[in-house]
Design a protein around this ligand. Structure first.
Ligand code: MRU
Length: 344
């Protein structure tokens, strides 16, 4: 892969600015927690695992700039700020919980400011590296579900750009493509933010994996014509019963896949499973601005005064999901049981 999504550097966090893709491959440097929080809110970095990693790195960057006597207060402040950035992807609060708990334990034990800063960086790096390893394991586990000459439909971007590297749904596609099993990927453009058109199409092209772009409303017709062998998507949060929150439009694809007897797979690391959410009803859905829908490429496409709805995610009930692929393997229904047995 010729790019990286994000990395910890001495001066802070370096990220590929995903808003500029596919036109420009530009990296930005974020020096503290507030800058990382804004980068998450502004979609410089997006995708559930990637924003979890970014948040952990934001904590490390903030602590490396805070005076010794303010470290404890800075930790509380930056964790609270980062937690408020985006509500649906549970990887964000998972990563903050993990790094926050670790650092508070060290504080209680009387760790020196230098040790605290060092441990913050080490933990952020660990969360990053574990995500790459999880994605590779997901890819390899999921590849066995892709038979040769497959036409694979995916939605949004669940790739290297949405993770620390390799990707979840695109990880499955990458591993299957390595085995020569992917004839083509159908990428839904993913209105209104166009993660499919801008990011998935770019990322797969970079890897020379054959990708064809479709508009979000084409899925059903293509399925009815026998043009889709399987669907694989990522997830922002998975409830204990297997209900999955993912990019708006995922639910429609899952229902269509069921109507056409096409397997519908979700690929996600265990950091996306929210053990506190019993079902999809417990998952908060981010509502984004009407402007992102009514304005397209800086041009207003709806009459003045018309407002648009913009839920960024939907919930696909577990009954439509053929399997959930995690780094520990393939979980099948009933998910209450299969996901409970997958713990790290
Ligand atoms: O709004 P986004 O671009 O952050 O939404 C991303 C998605 O919905 C992805 O499918 C999901 O986070 C899984 S990423 C591996």
């Amino acid at each position: 892969m010729s790019f990286f999504t994000l990395r910890l550097v001495d001066q802070g966090v370096e990220m590929l600015d995903q808003r500029a893709l596919p036109g420009e491959e530009k990296y930005v440097l974020l020096r503290d927690g507030e800058e990382v929080a804004r980068a998450i809110e502004d979609m410089v970095v997006r995708g559930a695992p990637a924003i979890g990693v970014a948040a952990a790195m934001g904590v490390a960057a903030e602590l490396s700039r805070s005076p010794d006597e303010e470290l404890e207060a800075a930790l509380d402040r930056v964790v609270a700020r980062l937690r408020r950035t985006r509500p649906t992807a549970v990887n964000l609060s998972w990563a903050l919980e993990r790094i926050g708990t670790h650092l508070r334990t060290l504080l209680r034990e009387g760790a020196s400011p230098e040790r605290l800063r060092r441990e913050a960086r080490a933990m952020a790096q660990r969360i990053h590296d574990e995500d790459v390893a999880a994605c590779r394991a997901i890819g390899d586990a999921g590849a066995e579900l892709v038979r040769s000459e497959a036409s694979v439909l995916t939605h949004c971007n669940a790739g290297a750009l949405a993770t620390a590297g390799y990707g979840t749904a695109l990880g499955v596609i990458r591993s299957a493509a390595r085995e020569g099993h992917v004839a083509r990927v159908l990428a839904c453009e993913t209105r209104p933010y166009l993660q499919g058109a801008r990011l998935t199409a770019w990322e797969l092209s970079q890897d020379s994996i054959p990708v064809t772009l479709i508009t979000d409303s084409m899925g059903g017709a293509l399925m009815s014509q026998g043009e889709v062998d399987l669907v694989v998507v990522g997830a922002d949060r998975i409830a204990r019963n297997g209900d999955v929150a993912n990019k708006i439009g995922t639910y429609s694809l899952a229902v269509l896949a069921r109507a056409h007897d096409i397997p519908f797979y979700v690929a996600a690391p265990l950091s996306t499973v929210d053990r506190k959410a019993a079902s999809g009803a417990d998952i908060p859905i981010e509502q984004r601005s009407s402007e992102e829908v009514v304005v397209f490429a800086n041009t207003r496409i709806a009459p003045e005064g018309v407002r648009a709805l913009h839920p960024a995610f939907d919930v696909t009930p577990a009954e439509y999901i053929s399997a959930i692929i995690t780094e520990l393997g393939i979980a099948r229904p009933p998910y209450e049981r299969s996901l409970a047995s997958q713990t790290r």
